[in-house]
Design a protein around this ligand. Structure first.
Ligand code: NGQ
Ligand code: ZN
Length: 454
């Protein structure tokens, strides 16, 4: 049993003081007691939050962050994607492993304790499967194991280059599988990890394939999470309308989605889609820094939260690896658009920072672990996984913060990283801001980038 004493901790019911947290040998929280004085047998902690889930990652894109910012007047998401594809052509499983290890350590240092890896780079350049068809998936699983982050691997089905069965471009061949090949991959992985399911997008999969994979899921994978990119770019909405007469999220709602789905981006929504998506219980997987970087548009957060919608955050292309920065961008784009303040504040929780953090903790757990919450992260309560982040409140930006102000100050003041210690599944992975493998991982990362980028 590991026993901690936190001066304060964010529990499901709000802030509590003098909190004793007992963690069992399986990495689960056994008991949580409040108003327990500090004592010699309890490890002393300052302010403890649940770890945050990063619900959308394409690990390999970390290596390209900041390197697509030199352009011309017509640059867009689609020209960025061309640069991405050029890079995608080169990467091998060992390089994937090195990049992902570095990235996952960065995530832990920033306070993310779970990552949902939306993985579609399955095959060799040219499209041939590796001798081990799951080689790329295994590289990601190993990286998460080395870093000690909780992984929800989401192998993604990718079949075609565009709506209605358009052929894949040469650069997309590394992504492409048949449904049988994809289900074979899921089966191979089920002994190493609990994979979720992902459809890359309605552009990249056929409707019948969604049905087939979902029926495999009900036989084999219970209620595992299901992720899909949708309605990120207005161009995609137009193409979907031309193909089906429906907008992407409308199409998905019409097909039937529930609380185990995570709709990644969901940027472009009508009022009807906002209401229906919120009532479906699905999570909108928002990636504010990437969405800004790619010029996607602004998610209708105010309306969606008012309708009771669930949200979670992801760092997607990893132009930023910081939950604080994601939440800040999420709120600031709203303020710029509406010319108002405190958009995410709600009637039950007027503190914008706290409302955002609590929303993404709950939505993040749902999007990474499904709706069966036992053993998942996201809450400091008995039965949940011990994914904990200790914040150092001695920093000048956080001094004299009353409990109710603390997350507002965390999200909206300063640019230092306040994370001191991080526990993932009951194990300390970050101590005093450091990871035991950080030097080795960084030197591998340097070599990998030197090989890939010249
Ligand atoms: C991706 N990224 O799959 O990595 C995509 C680009 C596409 C974002 N959408 C490729 N942010 O959507 O076709
Ligand atoms: Zn994505």
């Amino acid at each position: 049993m590991t026993l901690l004493h936190a001066n304060r901790a964010l529990l499901p019911g709000g802030w509590a003081n003098d909190v004793r947290i007992a963690i069992d040998g399986h990495g689960l929280i056994a008991t949580v007691d409040t108003d327990v004085p500090a004592s010699g047998d309890l490890q002393p902690m300052d302010c403890v939050l649940p770890g945050i889930a990063n619900i959308h990652s394409h690990a390999f894109q970390r290596a390209l962050a900041g390197r697509t910012e030199c352009g011309s007047e017509n640059d867009s998401f689609w020209t960025w994607r061309k640069l991405l594809y050029r890079f995608v052509d080169r990467i091998n499983p060992e390089q994937m492993h090195q990049i992902a290890t570095q990235l996952y350590i960065e995530m832990l240092k920033a306070g993310y304790t779970t990552v949902a890896e939306f993985h579609y780079l399955h095959h060799q350049a040219g499209g041939q499967a590796y001798a081990d068809p799951a080689a790329m998936s295994h590289a990601l699983i190993e990286a998460a194991g080395d870093a000690g982050i909780q992984l929800t691997l989401l192998p993604a089905l990718y079949m075609q280059g565009g709506f209605g069965g358009a052929p894949a471009e040469a650069a997309q061949r590394r992504f492409v599988s048949t449904v049988d090949g994809y289900l074979d991959l899921l089966s191979r992985l089920s002994s190493d990890t609990t994979p979720g399911i992902a459809f890359h997008s309605l552009r990249a999969v056929a409707p019948e394939a969604i049905d087939e994979v979902m029926s495999w899921r009900s036989d084999n994978a219970g209620n595992c999470p299901v992720h899909i990119h949708a309605a990120e770019q207005s161009g995609e909405v137009g193409q979907c309308l031309a193909w089906s007469g429906m907008r992407p999220v409308e199409w998905l709602l019409n097909r039937g989605i529930d609380a185990s789905w995570c709709i990644v981006h969901a940027t472009h929504l009508t009022a009807d889609e906002i209401g229906a998506l919120a009532s479906s219980g699905a999570v909108a997987g928002l990636c504010p820094t990437t969405e800004a970087n790619l010029g996607d548009g602004i998610f209708p957060l105010a309306e969606y939260l008012r309708a009771g919608g669930h949200i979670a955050i992801g760092s997607d292309s990893h132009v930023s690896v910081s939950p604080i920065e994601e939440l800040r961008w999420l709120e600031y784009t709203q303020r710029l658009e509406h010319r108002q303040r405190n958009i995410a504040a709600g009637p039950d929780q007027p503190h914008t920072g706290q409302r955002l953090v609590e929303a993404v903790l709950a939505g993040g757990a749902r999007a990474t672990e499904g709706t069966d919450e036992r053993g998942s992260g996201g809450h400091i309560a008995a039965g949940y996984r011990a994914d904990l982040v200790e914040i150092d409140t001695r920093h000048p930006t956080l001094v004299q913060c009353a409990d109710e102000d603390l997350l507002d100050c965390l999200v909206f003041s300063g640019n230092h990283n306040p994370v001191r210690h991080v526990m993932s599944g009951g194990r300390w992975v970050i101590r005093d801001g450091h990871h035991e493998l950080e030097n080795r991982a960084e030197s591998h990362y340097r070599k990998t980038l030197a090989a890939l980028l010249n």
